[in-house]
Design a protein around this ligand. Structure first.
Ligand SMILES: [Fe+2]
Length: 286
């Protein structure tokens, strides 16, 4: 069993780093940490970065988890390799590029590239928002799955992932008490389905709704409230068609695991929004 502490970063390929910088700072509110000829590092909390754009193919998207115990990195690699999962050890240059001490990569059954990082770097300085969106930090990702039942089994078999709820066949998974760090959504493709940043309160969600409308940003869902996590949410579209989300999902599952029962919601818009907002996001419509 590979024990994960939390989701840590995403990496997105793009052909237009300027557009990515403008959107992620002026619109989302992330802080630029560093920009090079082929990298853009952005932070949203106390970590060195939680999002890195790299010059490359926009279909190249990576999600990273931090290991609970850094010393188990080699064991994690061996477990995945023995199970026939495509995987490899990151080089020291690749680790430096990610601002971690070491990492292992693997492909989930859909083909998504996931990285397991050991001793990721903290920032010595606080997160200073580029705009006041109320961001508290990187929250979770939606990830595309060509077979959510198969991919759920993969995560439950190899990792300490637990099911918090289902929407149709799609599980919302957690590796710590927060309601979910990853949700698997049925799709015909691999890749990141959305990137969530947690905000402090519903006022932040609504302020951003007005702000994004003024800036003519495409709103794809919300404002609304998720019946699963309880969070108020707003989804909008960024560069290369990547969907970003703000939410204040503060629900935590801390009860005895033997008594917690994941809830089954039907694959219906009402399972994504208890207020009646309708998603303009293919994977949320089944
Ligand atoms: Fe979300």
């Amino acid at each position: 069993m590979i024990e994960l502490r939390d989701i840590h970063y995403t990496r997105l390929g793009t052909q237009d780093l300027d557009a990515a910088e403008k959107f992620s700072t002026e619109i989302v509110g992330l802080q630029k940490v560093e920009r090079t000829a082929d990298r853009l590092y952005l932070k949203s909390d106390s970590r060195h970065h939680t999002l890195c754009y790299f010059l490359g193919d926009p279909s190249e998207q990576i999600i990273a988890y931090e290991l609970k115990d850094w010393s188990r990195l080699g064991a994690a690699y061996e477990q995945l390799r023995a199970a026939g999962v495509p995987c490899g050890l990151g080089t020291s240059a690749e680790a430096a590029d990610r601002h971690v001490e070491a990492f292992v990569w693997f492909l989930d059954p859909t083909g998504n590239r996931i990285e397991l990082v050991a001793r990721p770097h903290e920032a010595g300085r606080r997160y200073i928002p580029s705009r006041d969106a109320g961001i508290l930090g990187f929250g979770h990702v939606g990830i595309c799955s060509t077979d959510p039942v198969r991919d759920q089994a993969f995560w439950l078999t190899h990792f300490n992932a637990m099911i918090s709820d289902w929407i149709g066949p799609c599980p919302l998974l957690r590796v710590n008490p927060r309601h979910h760090q990853m949700a698997l959504f049925a799709a015909q493709r691999k890749g990141i389905q959305h990137i969530n940043h947690q905000v402090a309160e519903i006022d932040d969600v609504m302020r951003s709704w007005y702000f994004l409308n003024e800036k003519n940003i495409k709103i794809t869902f919300g404002p609304g409230r998720h019946p699963t996590s309880g969070g108020n949410f707003l989804y909008f579209e960024g560069p290369d068609g990547v969907i970003f989300e703000y939410s204040n999902s503060d629900r935590k599952i801390i009860e005895d695991l033997s008594t917690y029962r994941p809830r089954q919601f039907p694959l219906d818009p009402s399972s994504f929004c208890m207020w009646g907002s309708k998603p303009d996001i293919a994977e949320f419509n089944g």
